[in-house]
Design a protein around this ligand. Sequence first.
Ligand code: SF4
Length: 204
Amino acid sequence: MNGILFEKMRFTCQQSGHCCCDPNIIVTLTYRDLLRLFTTLYCDFRLLLQKISFYTLDSTTSPILEKQMVLETILTSDGKVIPGLKKHSKKICVFYSRPSCSIYSSRPLACRNYPLAFVKEKELIMSTWVKNSPKTCPGIGKGSPLSQKNIEQRGKRFFKEIEKHNQVVRELNVEASNNRPLTAREALWTLIIYGESEYQQRQK
Ligand code: SF4
């Protein structure tokens, strides 16, 4: 297990923007991320589509790589897709506006936790650094050690959102297998509607 003891992890964001400009980082999106972005973008679906990419997996994708994906792929008539943030031609996140993120308060789950990655074995949550981040992120090693409680809480929130997202995607995929699969855009809209109805339920 590539876990690191919580007490040894130090991180304070230096606002370097390295993670937002790293061509090797893809920010994938849960349905709650999609709803947060949709709301931030004035509930304008066309505007949202300008900011989203559909990362597709096909027969050339290694099964090992597919297995490592935290988010399950969505079966659509456009292929097996995972929604993620678009990048500019220079491979910079579409929301990065020097010197910082232009949607900071609604940034996706992956950005909230970077450079922390979580691993779950049975009920034990462990934490490590996102691959390559110790080489590129100047915030690692800075500040006081992160507390075990803080990391555990973040890890729990992370897995709760991921597992719920994957459950919704699995239901969509069963539908897609039994009926006409949705297009990637229709699947995106369905996830937003799901997120919105869940939000409304929570408000009651
Ligand atoms: S959404 Fe914001 S924090 Fe996340 S990669 Fe893009 S600019 Fe950076």
